[in-house]
Design a protein around this ligand. Structure first.
Ligand code: FE
Length: 165
């Protein structure tokens, strides 16, 4: 047991997070691209990692990207696949994307909405058709996007702070 423990956690331990993952308030979804949003859950600035929900309401190619670090996913709603692989991530599927994996996310035409939980470490490196770098995202670009959006929709830029550790 910890010494000088007032509650159930060590005094230096960060605070926990417990939220309704799929929010009632539409404003919590941060627009990412046409028909694509993310919902932050945990933005880890010490490890350089983040957990979020990805919501897609359009079909076709979403992005081609590389993960230098591992990604874990759990499909909450809908269905998707990668052009490079022959499996389909169905509702309820768990997906592990190993470091070095390059893939192109596709949502089938008959899926009106896809929601997937992703736990991403490091960065997402976007690539064009020739595998040339086309941009990146990390926990800090995610936080910046959240701040800008939450300010704009009236939740306040600091709404995102509850998800940051
Ligand atoms: Fe991926």
């Amino acid at each position: 047991m910890y010494k000088n423990m007032a509650g159930s956690a060590h005094p230096l331990a960060p605070t926990e997070i417990a939220v309704q993952a799929v929010p009632d308030d539409e404003r919590v979804w941060v627009p990412q691209a046409e028909g694509v949003w993310f919902r932050p859950l945990m933005l880890n600035t010490l490890v350089g990692q983040w957990c979020n929900l990805l919501r897609v309401r359009r079909s076709g190619v979403l992005s081609r990207h590389l993960h230098p670090n591992p990604v874990h996913g759990y499909v909450i709603k809908g269905r998707w696949y990668y052009l490079e692989h022959d499996w389909v991530a169905e509702t309820g599927s768990y997906v592990f994307e190993p470091p070095g994996e390059i893939h192109t996310l596709m949502v089938p035409e008959d899926v009106s909405e896809m929601i997937t939980f992703f736990n991403i470490t490091g960065s997402m490196v976007y690539l064009d058709e020739n595998n040339q770098h086309a941009g990146y995202e990390d926990v800090f670009t995610k936080i910046d996007m959240c701040r800008t959006h939450y300010e704009k929709v009236g939740l306040g830029a600091d709404y995102v702070d509850q998800f940051i550790r």
